[in-house]
Ligand binder design. Structure first.
Ligand code: PLP
Length: 377
């Protein structure tokens, strides 16, 4: 099989008039054979050649049989969790991204689907599964604590009890972690983040090797209609070609920034995938090819987080991550703003926990920016 970056560029053979990039088919509808039968494409919601090209490329990166693109990452999560029926229960790690939390606590109850949050999915055992549990939803590393869950072990456990395993792989992407190869049934990703990578596109992808689940994921495009547009599919297809280059640089920048922060007296704690315990470090090492470029940190007692934020000039104070630009945010009031106070507390998300998403800028500038701002804290 060709290498990862070769596949980002050559997974599709769409040579049209010698063009080295595929055309963008914006047509809403496609002419049908007047003598009866169906054309290859009928209507953009059900299928579009540009979206297909992007889907085939993303599928090849995950070694998946099927990938489906939606308008946002949340639409992909909604689709994966939309496979559950009234009376079913989903087990979900806590913390998760605030949108996933909102979906579990606000949307699923309307459908008669129950959820149970897991503070440490690695302690899951047979006893946690009753007949109603039909899915486990894991975000690993978790947003924003970077706690790590064992995809392979939990997939085996779920399967033994007739439940499917869904993994939100937004933080690492298939470049660094391929949950389907570890036994997951569906992966979802916010393509808004690393896949598109430039802070200017929202998208989501769900992938599977299971034909029956693939049919449900496809029907969600056709029936619910939250598809990625042809133009955004094309932009995603182009942007993903530099995914490995960007992530290599982002990881290298992250490594150097953490080295700097570890020595800084104003920083009390840094959380990275595997930093929570030696068990999680071993799992992370085994199941992923890198730690990615998101971490979280706490300032030392008495330091003023707002003063720190106010002095930054290269890092932007904003939600989102995975783009070429470095961003940081305060999850408690921002990405996890929908959490009940008790869930914030038991998730260890303090009000002043800072989530940092490192971009591709020159690392000297990023470190100087943090240094300057920490002095003001
Ligand atoms: N999953 C994770 C882990 C995220 O961080 C996000 C967004 O921040 C999403 C899903 C939702 O993606 P989107 O904003 O594209 O809907």
């Amino acid at each position: 099989m060709a290498g990862f970056t070769t596949r980002t560029i050559h997974a599709i053979e769409e040579i049209d008039k010698g063009a080295v990039t595929p055309p963008i088919y914006t047509a809403s509808t496609f002419l049908q054979p007047t003598e009866g039968g169906e054309g290859e494409y009928e209507y953009q919601r059900g299928g579009n050649p540009t979206r297909d090209s992007a889907q085939r490329t993303l599928a090849s990166l995950e070694n998946a049989q099927h990938s489906f693109l939606y308008a946002t990452g949340m639409a992909a999560t909604a689709t994966a969790l939309g496979t559950l029926r009234a009376g079913d229960t989903v087990l979900m790690n806590l913390p998760v991204y605030g949108g996933n939390y909102r979906f579990a606590t606000i949307e699923l109850p309307k459908r008669g689907v129950d959820h149970r949050f897991l503070l440490d999915p690695n302690t899951l055992s047979d006893a946690d599964f009753d007949d109603s549990v039909k899915a486990v939803f894991l975000e690993t590393p978790a947003n924003p604590t970077l706690r790590v869950s064992d995809i392979q072990r939990i997939s085996e456990l779920a399967h033994r009890h007739g439940a499917i395993m869904i993994v939100d792989n937004t933080f690492l992407t298939p470049y660094l972690q391929r949950p389907l190869e570890l036994g997951a049934d569906i992966t979802v990703q916010s393509a808004t983040k690393y896949l598109a990578g430039h802070g200017d596109l929202l998208g989501g992808v769900a992938s599977t090797n299971d034909d029956a689940l693939a049919e449900e994921l496809f029907k969600a495009q056709l029936i619910s209609g939250g598809i990625l547009s042809p133009i955004d599919s094309y932009r995603l297809l182009q942007n993903v070609k530099t995914l490995a280059l960007r992530m290599d640089r982002q990881q290298e920048n992250t490594r150097k920034i953490i080295e700097f922060l570890e020595q800084h007296p104003a920083v009390a704690a840094i959380h990275t995938p595997g930093s929570h315990s030696s068990e999680e470090a071993e799992i992370q090492q085994r199941q992923a090819d890198g730690k990615g470029a998101v971490f979280s940190m706490e300032l030392a007692e008495g330091r003023d987080v707002r003063a720190f934020l106010g002095r930054l000039s290269v890092f932007g104070f904003a939600v989102s991550l995975g783009g070429i630009e470095s961003l940081l945010c305060l999850p408690a009031g921002m990405t996890q703003g929908a959490y009940a106070a008790s869930d914030l507390e038991r998730s260890d998300i303090a009000e002043n926990l800072i989530r940092v998403a490192v971009g591709i800028e020159d690392v000297e500038d990023l470190i100087a920016d943090l240094d300057h701002a920490l002095d003001a804290a």
